[in-house]
Design a protein around this ligand. Structure first.
Ligand SMILES: Nc1ncnc2c1ncn2[C@@H]1O[C@H](COP(=O)(O)OP(=O)(O)OP(=O)(O)O)[C@@H](O)[C@H]1O
Length: 809
């Protein structure tokens, strides 16, 4: 254990699992049983020695895999110890009876404790990042421009400019703002530029993450509305809340919708104009309708009139269909933020339906038609598509709802609609997704068994630094991406509870599990008692109950493992109240780690995030760009690290082809952060101790074990969702399930996720199975993202079953 003030409590503790030289005198019973117990105890001590093999100083990584594929936690029959023969003392790499018995916990069936540093695959070390993208002297690509361009010069109202400068500290536009604002201001522009068409056009905005796209589409709308309600311009002024909704902004997630509303509210909080007679913004009412809120209060708000509405697609469609008082006859702007995501499978149909209803209802102008004829109101509805990763998506919509769109990018490209639409597919090869120049991208090739300890080692490096031989704490904000909700829940629970004294963080129903596993094995051997059958606990550790969803007490936790660092989680299965509070608290936190699914990948502007860790590779290249884009925003520095298995290394070539260059950090370098002494080279011992501690933490609670199993299976299923182009890299057949289980702090791959114990779980399972296309009991289950759960594979219920004649209909 650390003895130098280390903030991370990785080793030791009551459940560290570091059992040393246990001397147990077997008493009572038959001599044969006593001898058996003695042998078992002896071999168990030997086993503990094996687990600390790193202390021998042997090089551990890489180690050649055994030709028969051993290294698996399930060994070939011949290697399996029989109860009669007991141990095979000469080969420590093979399981002994004690190992096997030691693992008869929680599952009630045999497991084998395997060492972290044996039978790992060879890691290719010759990869070189093509470009040295991680230099320190790069010029940030998403920062405000360094030239003399000003918002005033672009044509933004002086009052609004003053407000942004004084209240929001926004003084200079970014590249995308400089390029797109004049086009979006259209004929309302006071500053004329012959090169920019003076008519209202549909616009496609593509710019890097963190480059200020939100203000790019919000500013022109607000500016035009303010100008429209100003009588000093010589044209008739009009501004009345009863005009209904004139602008709709659609976002794929609720958090993003809330964030857009915050930005909108802040720019609308412009004080009354000092110029007498100048009507301002007081009539413009911003509002939000997102799933997870009470529909009745949303309806009431819409009835009163919301002029600029931010919404998620499902809830908007719902209101369009069911809320009679929702007036959109005068709709002039429709913005699709993260448009590529909104046009993806899942949202696509909803968006089409929304477009159809909007087209129908705006065909007949409302009673304010005459009042809205001045140049500040677009002649026809203007549609704006916005994202960091737009490609052929534009084409999809162009044919349907966009009229002659202009394509504007952050690097100054302003192309005609012809290029933007027809030329899109032709441009595809050169239209690469770009990430901010100043973003440092790295990759750790980690054998499956080492994933969990490597993640913790990396987190440790984010929050501690060695100063004068002592470890000191440093503040940092880190986001870790997982592929599914279950995995987020599991790691959240594990990171908070591992290392805690027994009974803390565990339910009373787990008392039977509190027995030291080693004692338990010996008791079983001595008494000849079968292991107690475990029952799933009645109360799940996570996910939260309905009550917890309604009244949020706390959304973060701290554990000994990551001492003093608040741990947050965010995914689509959490209640809205928790999600909102998490988003706010993590945003405001000085230091913290957010464990999340891709629900946090898009658009979220969480301040001062220094590091992104993609623990599970993204299922789509676009997601890679958006995930890493949560850091290095608006010219700031940031680092993004990707975890890959050695077998997945080819993914780096796919990234490279997209001009995304990640340099490799050796896994040993990351694990070295676990060493407790400045001069120590031994990372294996602390890594193994840490793994033991995590495994013990899982073993001692049946609830946690269930969560680990669930999370394991959900992750395995998520693994199969990679796009066809990446399937050969992320192929389930290449995944060593036994080793992969280690990264869920389990000693072997759990048998079947459908082995549910509790009645409620079984009932839920049966209910899911009855839903069309949700036959999850079938092992051939095909998976697909459940769009409704917002970018998250939550578990069995989000999988779609094999196509049958019935569900094909
Ligand atoms: N001109 C500016 N000057 C200073 N700050 C700005 C400027 N424009 C935007 N910002 C700030 O930059 C941050 C990032 O902006 P925003 O969230 O709009 O980026 P984005 O391009 O939409 O990113 P993403 O693609 O991830 O959604 C926000 O905090 C915003 O307030």
């Amino acid at each position: 254990m650390d003895d130098d003030g280390l903030m991370f409590n990785f080793g030791g503790g009551s459940d560290s699992g570091a059992v040393t030289n246990r001397k147990t005198a077997a008493k009572g019973g038959k001599w044969r049983d006593r001898l058996k117990a003695k042998k078992a105890a002896k071999s168990f001590n030997r086993n503990q020695g094996m687990l600390s093999e790193g202390s021998t100083g042997q090089p551990a990584l890489p180690k050649q895999p055994r030709s028969d594929g051993a290294g698996s936690t399930r060994l070939p029959k011949s290697d399996k110890p029989t109860t009669k023969d007991g141990v095979k003392p000469k080969d420590n790499s093979k399981p002994t009876e004690a190992h096997t018995t030691a693992s008869k916990i929680a599952h009630g069936k045999a497991q084998v404790m395997s060492s972290l540093f044996t039978f790992n695959p060879t890691i290719e070390r010759n990869y070189k990042a093509e470009k040295d993208v991680n230099r320190g002297d790069v010029v940030p690509s998403n920062a405000p421009v360094a030239d003399t361009t000003t918002f005033l010069g672009i044509g933004i109202e002086p009052d609004l400019v003053e407000h942004m400068t004084n209240k929001l500290s926004i003084t200079t536009p970014t590249n995308i703002q400089k390029n797109a604002l004049p086009i979006l201001l259209g004929p309302s522009r006071t500053v004329l530029d012959a090169k920019i068409p003076s008519k209202d056009v549909d616009v496609v905005v593509q710019a890097q993450t963190g480059s200020g796209k939100t203000l790019t589409y919000l500013l022109p709308i607000v500016n035009r509305l303010i100008s429209a309600s100003t009588s000093l311009t010589g044209v008739a002024a009009f501004g009345d809340r009863s005009v209904g909704t004139v602008a709709i902004i659609l976002t794929p997630t609720r958090e993003l919708a809330q964030q857009v509303l915050t930005v909108l509210t802040s720019i609308l909080s412009i004080p009354p104009s000092k110029t007498p007679g100048k009507k301002r913004n007081h009539w413009i009412v911003p509002g939000i309708v997102i799933g997870g809120d009470k529909k009745s209060s949303e309806k009431a708000r819409l009835r009163k009139g919301v002029n600029i509405l931010v919404s998620t697609p499902g809830r908007l469609l719902d209101h369009l269909k069911t809320t009679k008082s929702f007036s959109i006859e005068n709709l002039k702007w429709l913005v699709l933020d993260e448009a590529d995501r909104l046009l993806d499978l899942g949202f696509e149909e909803t968006i089409k339906d929304i477009m159809k209803i909007i087209d129908e209802r705006t065909a007949t102008p409302g009673k304010f038609k005459q009042a809205m004829t001045n140049k500040f109101w677009p002649k026809r509805r203007q549609t704006v598509l916005c994202s960091a990763t737009l490609r052929d998506d534009v084409q999809k919509l162009a044919g349907q709802s966009l009229v002659d769109p202009v394509f504007v990018s952050g690097n100054g490209d302003v192309s005609s609609m012809a290029v933007a639409t027809q030329g899109m597919s032709a441009r595809e090869d050169d239209a690469k997704f770009t990430t901010p120049n100043q973003l440092k991208q790295t990759c750790v090739l980690t054998p499956a068994k080492l994933r969990l300890v490597t993640l913790l080692a990396m987190l440790k490096s984010c929050y501690t630094t060695r100063k004068g031989g002592r470890m000191t704490h440093k503040n940092n904000k880190v986001i870790v991406f997982f592929s599914c909700c279950d995995s987020v829940d599991f790691h959240y629970d594990l990171f908070i509870n591992a290392g805690k004294p027994r009974n803390e963080g565990e339910n009373a129903s787990d008392d039977s599990d509190d027995e030291d596993p080693t004692q338990k094995i010996l008791r079983e051997v001595l008494d000849g008692q079968p292991p107690k059958k475990k029952h799933a606990s009645r109360k799940p550790i996570t996910p939260p109950t309905q009550q917890a969803k309604d009244e949020v007490v706390g959304v973060s936790g701290t554990g000994k493992l990551l001492e003093h660092v608040p741990i947050f989680r965010l995914h689509g299965d959490l209640g809205q109240a928790i999600r909102s509070q998490t988003y706010q608290e993590f945003g405001q936190a000085q230091s913290g780690v957010l464990l999340c699914t891709d629900v946090a990948a898009r658009g979220l502007d969480l301040p001062d995030v220094n590091r992104i860790i993609q623990y599970d590779a993204p299922s789509d290249l676009k997601d890679y760009v958006h995930r890493v884009g949560r850091t290095a925003r608006l010219g700031k520095a940031g680092e993004a690290s990707l975890f890959l298995l050695p077998s997945e290394m080819e993914y780096l070539d796919i990234l490279k082809a997209q001009d995304l260059h990640a340099s490799i950090i050796p896994v040993e370098t990351v694990l070295a952060h676990l060493t407790t002494h400045a001069n120590s080279q031994d990372y294996q011992t602390p890594a193994q101790e840490l793994q033991n501690m995590l495994e013990q933490c899982v073993l001692r609670s049946s609830e946690r074990m269930n969560l680990a199993r669930k999370s394991y299976w959900s992750s395995v299923r998520a693994y199969t969702t990679h796009s066809a182009a990446e399937k050969h890299i992320f192929h389930i057949k290449k995944l060593h399930l036994g080793h992969y289980a280690k990264s869920f702090a389990m000693r072997e791959a759990p048998s079947d996720m459908n082995e549910t114990n509790s009645k409620t779980q079984k009932k839920r399972q049966q209910k899911n199975d009855r839903l069309p296309g949700m036959n999850t009991s079938n092992n051939r289950t095909k998976r697909k993202y459940d769009q409704a759960s917002e970018f998250a594979i939550s578990g069995a219920a989000s999988m779609v079953g094999p196509r049958t004649k019935r569900n094909r209909k």
